[in-house]
Ligand binder design. Structure first.
Ligand SMILES: [Fe+2]
Length: 430
């Protein structure tokens, strides 16, 4: 009986602690300077069709200590396409440079396309097979607990030997509920339990929390976002641990880059809750040839405004400076770089700095406390009738003309139908 209890305890410890303690080496001997890079969305089709080389060449030139995939390693349409799509990414010229520069360690977590299904959730039937394939292609050891642990491929790493800054990679696919239920969850019970333990870590004081899809925005017309209950649960966790863990959010998925901030977060959490999104290693939102005013219409300005977004190829570079003696001196400078390695967006984060002022990246007066539909409708009105007035008036006029035409066509058809019935009745009476 005692043996069984010991065995069960060891298994539980392995599940909840063993995979959280990997240290990623840095080029700095003391481990106090760490260069961390991340990005997402690599499409073979886009790269081949447009005869491009991926931005990985530029990432490799930076020689980061680590590159983390935040999803979409490839875009296989069917399960049978999985290995060919991943082989293409693995052998792409730029990515090969990054893999062979003898400095950069490559890690990652999946999002929907490299999980196996667009907007996929826990019901995807091939998830156990794709889990092994995905982990093979990002170089996860065969004996890694990520291959078998319950709830998904979530994991965490210390960035450098000081163990003060930790990268937590969340799996937002494997246990994700379907989106149409009212209280849908995104992480599942096993991952939540594990995440709570990550926050209880006595070594780290700063957590970079990574999710394939965006965490903060709740008012955009896309299904791919954190469900309200899960976001609230995460916010409660962040708030509970605010005195010993400070959190910076990072994400991918949306084919643009941006810096966002939670309004009033200094009041609620004691510091600014910032999210940095980088998506678009081979393609970006403007490749779809939508007019700018249509794209902007889908992106309300609750968390940032247009100048804090980049609709171009991009990756993120995080220059981390850790003072192990004084956490207030820990700094993260996060840059969004383009295909020329030019810095297009930047934010400096000092998570432990005392007397934080609320960072404001928008002139919107609305916050999460205002209903998201209200925010979206106000934004649509402002976007179409103030920011892009000519386009808005033109669109409204076209819609008005279409409605009037539709009305007259329906009226004519209805009149024809009525006449036909009247004629039939006349014929019957005659
Ligand atoms: Fe993507």
């Amino acid at each position: 009986m005692v043996k069984i209890i010991v065995k069960i305890s060891i298994i539980i410890c392995l599940i909840y602690f063993a995979n959280a303690q990997q240290i990623l080496r840095s080029q700095d001997v003391k481990g106090q300077n760490f260069l961390f890079s991340f990005g997402s969305c690599f499409s073979e089709r886009r790269l081949t069709a447009l005869n491009r080389t991926s931005i990985f060449e530029k990432i490799s030139e930076q020689k980061p200590d680590v590159f983390a995939w935040l999803g979409d390693f490839g875009y296989p349409k069917l399960f049978e396409d999985f290995i060919p799509a991943f082989e293409f990414t693995k052998n792409e010229k730029g990515y090969k440079m990054l893999q062979s520069n003898n400095i950069t360690q490559i890690i990652g977590v999946w999002d929907d396309h490299d999980y196996g299904r667009n907007d996929g959730d826990k019901n995807y039937k091939h998830k156990h097979e794709t889990r092994q394939i995905y982990l093979d292609y990002i170089g996860e050891p065969k004996n890694s607990i990520r291959r078998t642990q319950p709830g998904g491929i979530y994991t965490s790493y210390y960035l450098g030997s000081t163990k003060k800054v930790k990268l937590v990679l969340l799996d937002v696919r494997f246990s994700r509920d379907s989106f149409w239920f009212e209280h849908s969850d995104i992480l599942g019970p096993d991952q939540w339990k594990w995440l709570e333990n990550e926050f209880n870590d006595p070594h780290s004081h700063t957590i970079i929390l990574a999710s394939g899809c965006q965490i903060l925005p709740d008012d955009r017309v896309i299904p791919e976002k954190w469900y309200p209950d899960s976001r609230n649960r995460l916010f409660n966790l962040i708030q509970k641990h605010k005195d010993h863990q400070r959190v910076i959010l990072i994400s991918g998925d949306i084919h643009l880059a941006e810096i966002l901030v939670e309004p009033n977060s200094v009041n609620k959490f004691g510091y600014n809750i910032i999210e940095i999104t980088s998506s678009g290693l081979t393609h970006h939102i403007m490749d779809y040839k939508f007019p700018q005013f249509i794209v902007d219409g889908f992106l309300p300005n609750t968390f940032n405004d247009r100048q804090h977004r980049l609709m171009d190829f991009n990756y993120a570079l995080v220059d981390i400076k850790i003072d192990p003696e004084n956490k207030e001196n820990t700094q993260l400078e996060i840059s969004i770089k383009d295909q020329n390695n030019a810095t297009r967006l930047q934010v400096k984060i000092e998570p432990w700095k005392q007397e934080q002022k609320q960072l404001n990246l928008t002139n919107s007066k609305y916050t999460r406390d205002d209903h998201r539909y209200k925010r979206w409708i106000i934004w649509m009105f402002k976007n179409y009738f103030i920011e892009y007035r000519k386009a808005g008036i033109a669109l409204t006029s076209i819609a008005f003309v279409i409605l009037i035409l539709a009305y007259f066509i329906c009226k004519i058809l209805y009149d024809c139908y009525q006449n036909k019935i009247k004629n039939q009745q006349k014929q019957k009476t005659n």
